[in-house]
Design a protein around this ligand. Structure first.
Ligand code: NDP
Length: 284
C-alpha cells in the first residue's frame, strides 16, 4: 500500500493557528513576543530562509525585525549587535542566520547569544540542557521532526529508530530526542558499513545527509515511517530530498515530501520557541 504523505505544511499550519491564539492572549496581557533575525552577507538561500521566518512571524503575530549586514561585517561588529539585542527587553529571541562569512567564528557568535534568547537552540547551554533532559529551547529541525512523527499517531516508545547523519543541527539532536522518547536508536554516518542492513531494521528512519536520492526502497523496511530532512538542488534546478520519493512511497507507511515536509516544521518550531521565550522572560 502506498505511504501516507506527511504534509509538514499542514501540520505546521495547525500549530501556527494554535500559536496565533496563544500570541493574541499574551498580547492582552501586554506581552508581545519579538524575534530579531540577523543576516550577514548575500547568500540567496539564506535570504529565502529569512523571508520564510519573517512571514511566519507575521502570520502568528510575533513582532519580527531583520538586521541586514553586508558580508564585510566584522566579528566584533556582529558580537556588539548581539550584545545590544541581549540587553533589549523587546527582543525575546535572537537568530543569526547561518552560514556566516568565513572570517566570522560561528561558535563565538552562537555563544554570545543569551541562552534565554537562543531560539535556534544551538547555544552550548541549550545543547547541554537538552542532553541532560532539562527543560530548554530545543533545536527547531529535530523538534519539528519529533512533532511530525507524533502526529502520525506512531508510538515512538519501543520502536527502532535509525538516523542517517550526525551533524550538530540535525542528526545528533534528533537521535537524542528519539532516545528520550524511548526509541532504540541507531546512528549511521558516512563511515557506517552496510548501511542497508541498519536502515532495513528501522521502524522510523530519519535521513539527513544532504545527498540527493541516496535512499531507495531497498533501504526501507515495509511499513516504516520515513522522514526525509535533506534539501538538495539538482541540475534541473528542482529541490529534492535524500530519499527517492516515488519508490520509497511504495513501501513506507508515512513519508515526508521535499519541499513541504520537514522545512515548514522547522520555521514553526522557531515561532514556538520565540513564544516560549517571551513567556519565560515576562515572568522575570
Ligand atoms: P551535514 O553535511 O552537516 O551532515 C551530513 C551527515 O550525513 C554527516 O553526518 C555525514 O556523515 C552523513 N553522510 C553523508 N553522506 C553519507 C552517506 N553516503 N552515508 C551515510 N551518511 C552520510 O548536513 P546537515 O545535517 O546540516 O543537513 C543534512 C541535510 O538536511 C541537508 O540537505 C540540509 O540542507 C538539510 N536540512 C534541512 C533542514 C530543513 O529544515 N528542512 C534543516 C537543516 C538541514 P559524516 O559525519 O561521517 O561526514
Amino acid at each position: 500500500m502506498a505511504a501516507t504523505i506527511l504534509q509538514g505544511k499542514e501540520v505546521a499550519q495547525s500549530i501556527r493557528t494554535e500559536l496565533a491564539t496563544e500570541v493574541a492572549d499574551l498580547k492582552k496581557q501586554g506581552i508581545i513576543p519579538g524575534l530579531t533575525v540577523v543576516l550577514v552577507g548575500d547568500d540567496p538561500a539564506s535570504h529565502s530562509y529569512v523571508r520564510g521566518k519573517s512571514k511566519g512571524c507575521e502570520e502568528v503575530g510575533i513582532r519580527s525585525e531583520l538586521i541586514l549586514k553586508d558580508a564585510s561585517t566584522t566579528e566584533e561588529e556582529l558580537l556588539s549587535i548581539i550584545q545590544g539585542l541581549n540587553e533589549n527587553p523587546n527582543v525575546n529571541g535572537i537568530l543569526v542566520q547561518l552560514p556566516l562569512p568565513a572570517h566570522i567564528s560561528e561558535s563565538a557568535v552562537i555563544e554570545a547569544i543569551h541562552p534565554e534568547k537562543d531560539v535556534d537552540g544551538f547555544h552550548p547551554i541549550s545543547v547541554g540542557n537538552m542532553v541532560l533532559g532539562n527543560e530548554t529551547m530545543l533545536p527547531c529541525t529535530p523538534h519539528g521532526i519529533i512533532e511530525l512523527i507524533k502526529r502520525t499517531g506512531t508510538e515512538i516508545a519501543g520502536k527502532h529508530a535509525v538516523v542517517i547523519g550526525r551533524s550538530n543541527i540535525v542528526g545528533k539532536p534528533v537521535s537524542l530526542l528519539l532516545q528520550q522518547e524511548n526509541a532504540t536508536v541507531t546512528m549511521c554516518h558516512s563511515r557506517t558499513q552496510n548501511l542497508e542492513e541498519h536502515t532495513r531494521r528501522a521502524d522510523i528512519l530519519v535521513v539527513a545527509t544532504g545527498k540527493a536520492h541516496m535512499i531507495g526502497k531497498e533501504h526501507v523496511k515495509p511499513g516504516a515511517v520515513v522522514i526525509d530532512v535533506g534539501v538538495n538542488r539538482i541540475e534541473t534546478g528542482k529541490l529534492v530530498g535524500d530519499v527517492k520519493f516515488d519508490e520509497v512511497q511504495e513501501v513506507a507507511s508515512f513519508l515526508t515530501p521535499v519541499p513541504g515536509g520537514v522545512g515548514p516544521m522547522t520555521i514553526t518550531m522557531l515561532l514556538k520557541n520565540t513564544v516560549s521565550a517571551a513567556k519565560k522572560q515576562a515572568k522575570r
